[in-house]
Design a protein around this ligand. Sequence first.
Ligand code: ZN
Length: 139
Amino acid sequence: MVSKKVDQQWILKLEKGEEIVQSVTKFCIENEINLGSMTGIGAVDNAKIGFFDTKKQKYETKNLSEDYEITSLNGNISMKEGKPFLHLHITLANNEYNLLGGHLFEATVSATCEIFLSEITGIISRKLDPTTGLYLLDL
Ligand code: ZN
C-alpha cells in the first residue's frame, strides 16, 4: 500500500494481493487514526461478506471467489477494545453486472483499490450492546 496525506484526508492505493480490512486496520494503527470515514473503489477476486441475522444475533457469511468490481466500499473507523476498528460495507459487481453486497470481513485486491480516508480528530469507542449482540458506537 502506498499513501499520501492532504489536509485531514489520506489517499491510499492498495496493490494486487493485499487484503483490504487487515491492511487498512494496520495503516490506522501505525498512523494513530482512531476516528474517521472512508470510501473506496477498485477490484477484488476474493471476498468474505456477511449478513447479520438479528434473531440469531450472529453473522451469516458468504465467501466469494470470482473477479469483482468494487462498486462501493463505505465505512467508518472507531475504537474497539482499545484499537482502531473498521466497520465496512461493500457492494461488488460480477462479470454479468449483478451486485452482491454486505458487511465486509475480508477482500483481496486483484488490480487496485483506491481509498479516500477522512481522519477526524477525537476518539469514539464501541461497546457491546446486549439487545443486538453488536458492538455499537458508544456516543
Ligand atoms: Zn456491518
